[in-house]
Ligand binder design. Sequence first.
Ligand SMILES: [Zn+2]
Length: 106
Amino acid sequence: MLTMHRQLRITIDELRYIAITCPDCRTAVTLDMTLPTPDNTGYSFAPSKCPVCFREYDSAIRPNVNQLWKLWVALRQIGQRVSFVIDLPEEKTAEAKTDTQIPATR
Ligand SMILES: [Zn+2]
């Protein structure tokens, strides 16, 4: 049995969206990092509360998402040279055939 080690590589240029999942109602909000900040203040990229249940996001979400967005903006200057790498589940393939037919020679 052969095992293929697979990875997905995403450059900073290709990384465009970030999703925040509300810990209360499980709504996932996908934000486009290329667009102006949702609160239009320019100081915060992440919204302060869930748009569905209106609960404030956990205090760890907003500042960390804001920092990630600021880092993304800075890294886009060298976007093709920096990438994220994701390990994908291993893919098992059929066992390699080891017996080969050798033509008979006379
Ligand atoms: Zn919610």
